[in-house]
Write a protein that binds this ligand. Structure first.
Ligand SMILES: [Zn+2]
Length: 166
């Protein structure tokens, strides 16, 4: 946030945007988006963060239905931790998602894994779409969160991270 804010000019590049821009190559636009084409991960990250801001603001001022956290074991069982339904519009979307309670018992599902998983779920709420694989924005941005915005290393393959997405 400090880097993006850039002392009040708000024209900097966040570490998240830098990381997403480096890795993401596809599906940069939310379903509802009708502006000029989004061509890179930097613009997609800024758009996503603006939409999160709108959604959190609308939630706080009760302009949208209350966000609900449901708990449900997926059938068939998957390694997904948090699931968010893809939203088809920009406004009136609650931040609701569904937790898979069986995953919370696994020791490797730590707070960083959950933060990335929530980021992925909320990107769905912001209108971004799967697939949840390498090079797609909806995967690369949350994986950046899970790596602390660091570069990829062979010791931590993408599959080890996006297995937790839905
Ligand atoms: Zn997904």
């Amino acid at each position: 946030m400090n880097k993006k804010w850039n002392g009040g000019k708000n024209n900097g590049i966040s570490q998240l945007a830098e990381c997403s821009n480096f890795y993401a190559a596809r599906n940069f636009q939310p379903i509802w988006y009708q502006g000029p084409p989004i061509s890179n991960g930097l613009k997609a990250t800024n758009l996503a963060m603006n939409q999160f801001t709108r959604m959190i603001r609308d939630n706080g001022f009760r302009r949208v239905p209350k966000a609900k956290i449901d708990y449900r074991i997926p059938f068939p069982i998957t390694s997904s931790t948090i699931r968010g339904e893809t939203a088809f519009r920009q406004t009136g979307v609650p931040l609701s998602f569904i937790i898979n309670p069986t995953q919370l018992d696994r020791v490797e599902v730590n707070n960083v894994v959950l933060a990335g998983s929530m980021f992925h779920a909320w990107l769905h709420r912001a209108g971004f779409q799967d697939p949840k694989t390498t090079s797609y924005f909806i995967s690369e941005a949350p994986m950046c969160v899970m790596r602390g915005n660091q570069r990829k290393t062979p010791s931590l393959p993408d599959t080890a991270l996006y297995q937790f997405f839905d």
